[in-house]
Design a protein around this ligand. Structure first.
Ligand SMILES: [Zn+2]
Ligand SMILES: [Zn+2]
Length: 217
């Protein structure tokens, strides 16, 4: 066997063509001791043992790396938002106009998901709730203050941070000013001191919840 063309791998104890050894400049013959196949298996084994022996350090390193990147990503997306503020707003408005209900529900779903709260309201259900609170002329009347709603918002009857979900049993349509007045307050606490509160509305709201909870039973 011509030793110039062949070399013996001490791992698999086989004579192999020189091309089956990877090149390493620092070695005398310029080739790896082990053949490519054996070397790659050895590397796998070494990496595995290294990972097992240093699992804690590796975890910490990965975490740090992820965190650093997160900072970078955040800065990037913040800059993007700042630089494209008008364009993004335009797109949002167009999306809202195309299908306001879908737009509202999507963004509320995202909020609930972030807080790991229940989120199950569908467009159909939302339309149904709005229908329920319409007056006899089909006008959209705010169930809290009795004024005609120009912009309809969704109120979490029981706030998210008090265990309320984004579902048909907890979402009430209401006008913008009622919604911003109520904020994260419990409904009954808020309504007690709300100047536009009235008993007829309160009854209708209670009726709705009795009705929907019985229907879903
Ligand atoms: Zn080998
Ligand atoms: Zn209102």
């Amino acid at each position: 066997m011509n030793e110039l063309e062949y070399k013996c791998c001490p791992c698999c104890d086989t004579w192999k063509l020189l091309s089956e050894f990877s090149k390493i400049k620092s070695r005398k013959d310029g080739l790896n001791v082990y053949c490519k196949k054996c070397y790659s298996e050895k590397r796998k084994k070494w990496t595995k043992t290294y990972r097992e022996l240093n699992s804690e350090q590796i975890k910490d390193r990965d975490k740090a790396f992820h965190w650093q990147n997160k900072q970078k990503r955040n800065i990037k997306s913040k800059n993007f938002l700042l630089n494209n503020h008008n364009e993004i707003n335009k797109r949002r408005k167009a999306k809202y106009k195309m299908n306001p209900d879908k737009f509202i529900i999507r963004s509320q779903m995202r909020k609930s998901h972030k807080k790991s709260c229940e989120s199950s309201l569908t467009i159909k259900e939302w339309k149904y709730i709005k229908q329920y609170f319409n007056d006899t002329f089909g006008d959209r009347i705010c169930p809290y203050c009795n004024r005609v709603m120009i912009v309809i918002t969704q109120d979490h009857f029981t706030p998210l941070n008090k265990g309320g979900g984004y579902s048909i049993t907890n979402i009430i349509p209401c006008c913008k000013s009622c919604n911003s007045s109520k904020q994260d307050m419990d409904f009954y606490e808020w309504y007690k001191q709300y100047p536009l509160a009235n008993n007829k509305n309160l009854e209708k709201i209670k009726e709705w919840f009795t009705y929907i909870n019985n229907t879903l039973k």
